[in-house]
Design a protein around this ligand. Structure first.
Ligand code: SAM
Length: 214
């Protein structure tokens, strides 16, 4: 059983959007704002770390970050810290650099991070944008870039970013400036498992091209 209802949101998004969590080449996933751990449980299952039928060892590296403690999940490396702090990117990078993940890059970055509501709409949007900027900054440096096939290597698609945000004109600007130009596709998703009336949504950004210069 899952630790949060959010787990069902992630399962629904994965199912409706090409099962991006289920591909064989995935070997490194970062889960930001992961407590209590529902999304990490889903990812750990997909990578074979949680399987009640056979006791097996999963593949790849999963790194989960939250301000709050996350109780252990098989295959998941947890970091209790503020992702907006200056040490966070280095700590996650370090955890990604494991023998199971030779490139040290992330194939998938998930962010369900949300600050507590202040009740002040402007403040809430600002905090959500701070989170989006900081996740994008991390993705820019750590998301695996698409690569053409060359001798002895297969063509690789660019990494995926799933990013929670609040609907607002400023969020749209963020998307147009940072996401649209740098990914092959960006889709807005409002999962049915999320409370109706809430302004929260997700962007599913697929095929990271690397930062495009203007
Ligand atoms: N996806 C999670 C799951 O499936 O269990 C639920 C995540 S919950 C909606 C949002 C989380 O973001 C909270 O646990 C909160 O502590 C975390 N969060 C908010 N701001 C953060 C920050 N600056 N750094 C790390 N975590 C943060």
């Amino acid at each position: 059983s899952y630790r949060s209802r959010s787990a069902f949101k992630l399962l629904e998004i994965d199912k409706n959007w090409g099962r991006f969590l289920s591909r064989n080449e995935i070997c490194a996933v970062v889960d930001l704002g992961a407590a209590p751990g529902g999304w990490s449980q889903v990812v750990a299952e997909k990578l074979g770390w949680i399987n009640p039928a056979i006791s097996t060892v999963g593949r790849g590296v999963i790194v989960a970050v939250d301000l709050l403690h996350i109780a252990p999940i098989p295959g998941v490396h947890t970091l209790q810290m503020d992702f907006l702090s200056s040490q966070a990117a280095g700590a996650v990078k370090n955890a990604l650099s494991a023998p199971e993940n030779p490139s040290g890059m992330a194939d998938i970055i998930l962010s369900d991070m949300a600050a507590n509501f202040s009740g002040n709409r402007v403040r809430d949007v600002e905090m959500s944008l701070d989170i989006c900027h900081s996740v994008f900054q991390f993705a820019k440096d750590n998301l695996h870039v698409a690569a053409a096939a060359s001798a002895g290597t297969k063509k690789q698609r660019g990494g995926t970013l799933l990013l929670k945000h609040f609907e607002h004109p400023l969020s749209r600007e963020f998307r147009e400036k940072y996401l649209d130009p740098n990914f092959n596709s960006v889709n807005y998703i409002k999962p049915s498992a999320s409370r109706t009336g809430s302004a929260e949504g997700y962007w599913l950004c697929r095929g990271w091209k690397g930062l495009q210069s203007h």
